[in-house]
Design a protein around this ligand. Structure first.
Ligand code: SF4
Length: 163
């Protein structure tokens, strides 16, 4: 099964934020640069993560992004299900419906496989994903929010919709 790019980007953002110190709140722009993701995509995924309660996004001075306790302890399956949505593995209906859909065994088998995929991810937490050696890679990302590298525009804080 292939995840949508939206879900993969969401998990990247979650992993990145999970290794931040509690006094650090990077901007969406900084996260986009660090993870080599377009700023537009980052803002969309952060909006969704914020709606889910996984990311705390604040505007204005002292604003920025932080992972929540829910995000830190959530299972990857829980996050992935919500980012992926309820869609099926294959498009059986749509504008050109499949003629086999009335009693297709493949459709139900794929649905079961999808559930098994998510169930496997239910055993993994965000904390697991940010353990070594991945933690070292995440911590080695450029500290774009450090005072000596922060640009004037990013010094005013951020949130998902504002940046
Ligand atoms: S063969 Fe089955 S699973 Fe594939 S599109 Fe048709 S109804 Fe859906």
């Amino acid at each position: 099964m292939q995840l949508t790019q939206f879900t993969d980007l969401g998990l990247r953002v979650v992993m990145r934020l999970a290794v931040d110190r509690s006094d650090t709140r990077p901007s969406s722009k900084e996260i986009a640069q660090q993870l080599s993701i377009s700023y537009t995509h980052v803002t969309k995924v952060i909006t969704r993560l914020s709606e889910m309660g996984v990311v705390d996004a604040r505007r204005g001075r002292g604003g920025g992004l932080a992972i929540t306790e829910l995000g830190r302890t959530a299972s990857v399956g829980w996050i992935t299900r919500r980012l992926e949505g309820e869609g099926e593995v294959v498009e059986c209906e749509g504008s050109n419906p499949c003629p086999l859909r009335a009693a297709c065994s493949l459709r139900s088998a794929l649905k079961s496989a999808r559930e098994a995929f998510f169930a496997s991810l239910d055993t993994v937490t965000v904390t697991d994903l940010t353990a070594p050696p991945n933690r070292g890679v995440l911590l080695a990302l450029p500290d774009l929010g450090a005072p000596e590298t922060r640009t004037p525009q990013t010094g005013t804080g951020t949130d998902s919709s504002a940046r």
